[in-house]
Design a protein around this ligand. Sequence first.
Ligand code: 13P
Length: 328
Amino acid sequence: MAPGKGILAADESDATAGKRLAMVHLPNDAENRQDFRELLFTAPEIEQYLSGVILYDSSIKNFTDDGVPFPDILTAKGIVPGIKVDLGTTDLQGFKGEVVTQGLDGLTERFAEYYDLGARFAKWRAVITIDDEETPTDECITMNAILLARYAQIAQEAGIVPMVEPEVIYAGDHSIARAEQVTTRTLQILFQTLMNYKVDLEGLILKSSMVLAGDMNNEQSSPEQIANATLRTFHMSVPHEVGGIVFLSGGQTPKRATENLNAIAKLGEQPWPITFSYSRAIEEPVLMTWQGKPENIGEAQKMLLHVAKMNSLASLGQYDESKDSKLK
Ligand code: 13P
């Protein structure tokens, strides 16, 4: 949570990494996944803007072409390696369209292994979908909150900082008011549950969605509306002891994710440090520049530095759109 720095979420499962590679027509094989991540992690100077990188089981155990483990590359730059430990979602029976997150079995042993590999923080993602007036249900939110609390307890016991991520999904036609209502409810239940289960809130990071209208709603929210709704939500639900709050980009364009973060930071100091933890909004411009071609690696790394710098400025409320022609 260092000022002016953020986190790169490079923690796609192998299947999700394939969706990213498909955007530039590359096959989802281990070599392409390694090449892209090596490009990201070895980019010169990224430590100026990134304090952490979230990895996945296969990438925390992966190496550069020269045989250096990925977490060691990051640690040498002063970037803290993190690890996504949930194993994805499964249907919540009896609750149409709602899901719960799996991955608690064997978590103590997995944390011990990840700690040895260099991980010092972790991520667990719960998925909350807004559909009709009844969805999400309190049953779905509560079940996910309990799983997040159990994961957070086990992480803290292992000496690893838990990042808890209840992602309220942006896709849909809901209004910003409905997103605010659902996000507030989700965070209130989550923090009450974390406290009930005696999770140390000072040693925990919240990874949250921004509060904004669904991508299919005709009335798209302005950065100022999003900033106000998002901070109102946090003030209604996030205890002040919480170590920090980071945002996912959630399918917003890279530029929008940056502008919205900037608008939030412009509202001034809050009880918690707040910054970015983007995956798509950082990786997509880099991927588009790289296109899988070795001769493009240098340019792609410069693009990563640029996107990270713009978001670093945004986290301080200093992003100037008129001086940035690259983010789309
Ligand atoms: P996006 O920034 O692409 O939403 O990903 C962040 C993340 O970690 C989702 O779990």
